[in-house]
Ligand binder design. Structure first.
Ligand SMILES: Nc1nc2c(c(=O)[nH]1)N[C@H]1C(S)=C(S)[C@@H](COP(=O)(O)O)O[C@H]1N2
Ligand SMILES: [Mo]
Length: 202
């Protein structure tokens, strides 16, 4: 039986439903987007600090970090420059583990993520807890490439990817919200891809 072209509706693939508005599937590639030169960092001298308005500020060495209970994220990431990458897997430690160990105080209603390079991005704790954010050292079962933030990057996959600070070295819990690097340069404070919160005012 002939089927009239354009008449049969293609059922949306599950993948299509996973692309937020204004985004496209970048496929197998993974663009590198860095405002700074890629640093060469030695994991053996790496530390990650959680401080500011917390009961017990802490600094983990690389080995200490790797001994914390690890977990995986499998899912999709979305860059504000309109690419989305589906079905990626990262391995690291949930930010919940780091915050539970340090005890953010009630006045600590904001977090600034700092990279060793000086890059910053601001988030409310609500976007970092309950299994929504990680610090990760592995991508698809291999060490996180340097260009993509190796040895360690923040991963906040439910927000646009600029919130996922590469070469992250510090989570600072703060009382006041201050914009990070891209937020000062016009990007949205929160950056929810499903609401297309790309720029301030969106
Ligand atoms: N330190 C640092 N982290 C960063 C950035 C950056 O320029 N410097 N860019 C952000 C932006 S805009 C995006 S889209 C992602 C890009 O990550 P990728 O290069 O691994 O794709 O990293 C985010 N984290
Ligand atoms: Mo981005």
């Amino acid at each position: 039986m002939p089927i009239t072209r354009g008449f049969s509706r293609r059922r949306p693939t599950p993948a299509a439903d996973r692309i937020p508005p204004g985004q496209y599937d970048v496929g197998a590639g993974w663009p590198v987007l860095s405002a700074e030169a890629t640093p060469r960092l030695d994991p053996d001298r790496w530390t990650l600090t959680v401080d500011g308005l917390v009961d017990t500020p802490r600094t983990w060495t690389w080995d200490e970090l790797r001994e914390l209970p690890g977990s995986h994220f499998s899912g999709d990431i979305h860059c504000v420059t309109t690419w989305s990458k589906l079905d990626v897997t990262f391995t690291g430690v949930s930010v919940d583990v780091l915050l539970d160990a340090t005890g953010p105080q009630p006045e600590g209603r904001f977090v600034m993520a700092h990279s060793v390079t000086g890059y910053t991005t601001n988030l409310p704790p609500a976007d970092l807890v309950d299994g929504k954010a990680w610090v990760v050292w592995e991508f698809d079962g291999k060490p996180l490439p340097r260009d993509h933030g190796g040895p360690l990057r923040l991963l906040v996959p439910h927000l646009y990817f600029w919130k996922s600070a590469k070469w992250v070295s510090r989570l600072e819990v703060k009382a006041v919200d201050e914009p990070g690097f891209w937020e000062r340069n016009g990007y949205h404070d929160r950056g929810d891809p499903w609401r297309e919160q790309r720029y301030q005012g969106d």
